[in-house]
Design a protein around this ligand. Structure first.
Ligand code: SF4
Length: 657
């Protein structure tokens, strides 16, 4: 594939060696790069039963097949490994400028196994790769370590750095890997895998060219997309009205939205735009997934997180590599009296919700401060927020005592106690030590399992499955369960996948009640969502480009132009199905049984909520997941890919390469 480098770097930290491996072209044809390449490599090379924190686990840093070709919004880097949080497939991704830096060193991915006997970092440039001593950086938070390494390693080229903070070093199973001052690839416990290898950072300073089959065609597609994005205009100061939009969306959660609307909202506010809508519509989980809006303050809660408040303290906007949208920003923290930091990244919606309405706090400053604490430590805000919410509910119900919480009054909305608890989780101190490995393990020790929101061991993203049963399917059926980024009804409405894929059903406006029935159409929609999501992960694409829809973001045209191919949407959706099937096979190989993964009762509406837009909703999630598996050609009882499906997708032959 012309747009890929054709090689990966293999590092063995036990032996202290590095080697370059050529990847057959057929592999790129079958799974592209990014998560697809990672799935192929890890399935082949991690032995069944390997300890996720042991030397046999492989940590992969993967760039996308379109990264660096001029295609917009393809600068996401993906980390892959066996997850220490779930024991199954693990991955996380992040924006920034690290993804093209992998390719500029001459590789599509860097795969790291073994365990070093002392802290090290990996340095790569045009000349090759070197394992260097990292003793002086070990113990620093992710931002400090990145700053120091950038200064110490700067030559002709400013290096791009992926690094762990204290949480990864401390093997917290909810830790991630950071770049660009604390932006984090957060999920699956990828940071703990890096910490277990005593690998503090990967520092990249290459400048090799990245090829593209038809750069003019790619430029033309990007020009057109840039024109559309720049034409958009949104009046200032209307963030609060998004809460009213939320009420409307609560009535029709799968309302087909034009992708341009999504892009416009994200360009103006970034993901914080979602918070007021989520609180009022039933999309955002409230009070540890256990309440309707009126029980957490309703509109008062929604307006506490009016995204205009964040825009007012925004110091600068920023873009990931090759992105015309620029949903990121730096915000001022100097006015927050208890903060030792001057600024933080604009918090994502997920973080705001996890430390806002989920714990019944209306304090935006606390969210901003916790955001910076967790970003620097490299801890996943979604997992941490769900775990803290469990602790509060246990405390309120007498399952946890003040002695057990080290004297912290863990009551709803007590953000001061939550800040202290977060500090303890980062330092692995006292009660915080027991929460630093996520909610499943904390509940196994203290009880309160009914309040522990996790799917197959991973804490769920901040979108309520009762509001969107489609999302409920993906939360369970996704090989890295609990993720919110694989598919939603509203996203399907925006994407128009039926216009590129012959078997993808058209999106329709329909009421929530219809979504509750397990139907073949619903299963084909969830299959299409998952396949398109995998395709995007293969090219290094951003989720918000996915949400723009195929008429605005020309995915198929981009791949054909960059790779010099001439395939149609069906072909590319089959690549997505292949990637997803290999990830599912990884779980089966490692004994992480898909049929053991379930939504917690509360997330299924058992019992149903008694107030709000989700009042009375109970899912038929188990039946829906079975139909999703069947649509993929996987066993509908066990979720294991059927031999004929594996054969049809050519996976057996692929694994012999
Ligand atoms: S939309 Fe946001 S996250 Fe996506 S590539 Fe652009 S700046 Fe990065």
């Amino acid at each position: 594939m012309i747009s890929c480098m054709g090689k990966v770097l293999r590092v063995d930290l036990t032996a202290g060696t590095t080697a370059v491996e050529k990847i057959p072209d057929e592999v790129y044809e079958a799974v592209l790069s990014g998560k697809g390449l990672g799935a192929w490599y890890l399935y082949k090379n991690i032995p069944a039963g390997a300890d996720p924190l042991g030397p046999d686990n492989i940590l992969g840093f993967c760039s996308g097949a379109l990264t660096g070709t001029g295609a917009f919004m393809t600068g996401r880097w993906t980390v892959v490994c066996k997850s220490p949080l779930t024991g199954g497939w693990g991955d996380a991704n992040c924006g920034g400028i690290f993804a093209p830096a992998i390719k500029q060193c001459g590789y599509d991915a860097i795969f790291i196994s073994g365990i070093s006997d002392k802290p090290v970092y990996l340095f790569c440039d045009n000349k090759g790769a070197e394992i260097r001593d990292a003793s002086e950086y070990w113990g620093l938070d992710a931002v400090e370590a990145e700053d120091r390494l950038r200064k110490d390693c700067s030559g002709k080229k400013i290096p791009r750095i992926a690094v762990i903070g204290q949480s990864g070093e401390n093997l917290s199973r909810i830790s991630g890997i950071c770049n660009e001052g604390g932006r984090i690839a957060a999920r699956s416990g990828v940071g703990a895998v890096m910490g277990s290898k005593r690998l503090k950072a990967v520092v990249l300073a290459g400048s090799k060219p990245i090829k593209c089959a038809d750069p003019e065609a790619v430029k033309a597609i990007s020009r057109e997309l840039g024109r559309k994005v720049n034409k958009m205009f949104v009046p200032k100061g209307i963030g609060g009205s998004l809460a009213l939009g939320g009420i409307g969306m609560g009535m029709a959660p799968s309302l087909p939205l034009d992708g341009s609307l999504t892009s416009l909202i994200f360009r103006e506010w970034g993901t914080p735009s979602n918070t007021p809508m989520a609180i009022m519509s039933g999309d955002g989980p409230l009070k540890n997934w256990g309440a309707g809006p009126s029980e957490v303050g309703g509109m008062r809660m929604a307006l506490a997180y009016n995204p205009d408040k964040i825009n007012k303290i925004e110091e600068a906007k920023y873009h990931c590599y090759s992105c015309p949208l620029g949903c990121g920003g730096r915000v001022d923290l100097s006015q927050v009296a208890y903060s030792e930091f001057y600024e933080t990244h604009k918090p994502e919606y997920e973080t705001i919700q996890a430390f806002g309405a989920l714990i019944v706090s209306r304090d935006l400053n606390a969210v901003l401060y916790i955001n910076e604490l967790l970003n620097r430590a490299g801890m996943d805000t979604i997992s941490a927020g769900n775990t803290v919410a469990w602790a509060i509910e246990c405390y309120e119900n007498g399952i946890l005592t003040k002695e057990q919480t080290d004297g912290l009054e863990l009551t709803w909305g007590n953000y001061e106690a939550v800040i202290e608890l977060v500090r303890k989780m980062i330092a692995r101190e006292g009660f915080g030590n027991d929460l630093a490995d996520g909610v499943k393990r904390a509940a196994a020790k203290y009880g309160g399992e009914e309040y522990a929101m996790h799917v197959g061991g991973q804490e769920p993203g901040m979108h309520d499955t009762r509001n969107d049963p489609q999302l409920g399917i993906h939360m369970v059926a996704e090989p890295a369960p609990g993720k919110h980024t694989i598919g939603m009804a509203i996203q399907y409405g925006a994407m128009s996948l039926c216009d590129i894929c012959s078997w993808a059903p058209p999106a329709t406006m329909h009421a929530k009640a219809e979504d509750l029935e397990p139907t073949e159409t619903m299963a084909m929609i969830s299959k299409a969502n998952a396949c398109y999501s995998m395709l995007f992960d293969g090219i290094g694409g951003c989720y918000y480009a996915e949400m723009m829809g195929v008429h605005m973001y020309k995915t198929i045209e981009y791949i054909n132009a960059a790779a010099g191919w001439n395939y149609d949407g069906d072909h590319y959706m089959e690549i997505g199905a292949r990637i997803q099937t290999i990830r599912q096979m990884f779980n089966v190989k490692h004994g992480y049984a898909p049929s053991d993964v379930k939504l917690p009762d509360r997330m299924q509406g058992k019992p149903a909520l008694r107030t709000g837009p989700l009042k009375g909703v109970t899912l038929k999630n188990k039946e829906q997941v079975a139909m999703h598996w069947k649509a993929f050609g996987w066993d509908e009882k066990t979720g294991e890919p059927l031999p004929e499906t594996v054969e049809k997708l050519g996976i057996n032959r692929l694994m012999e390469m």
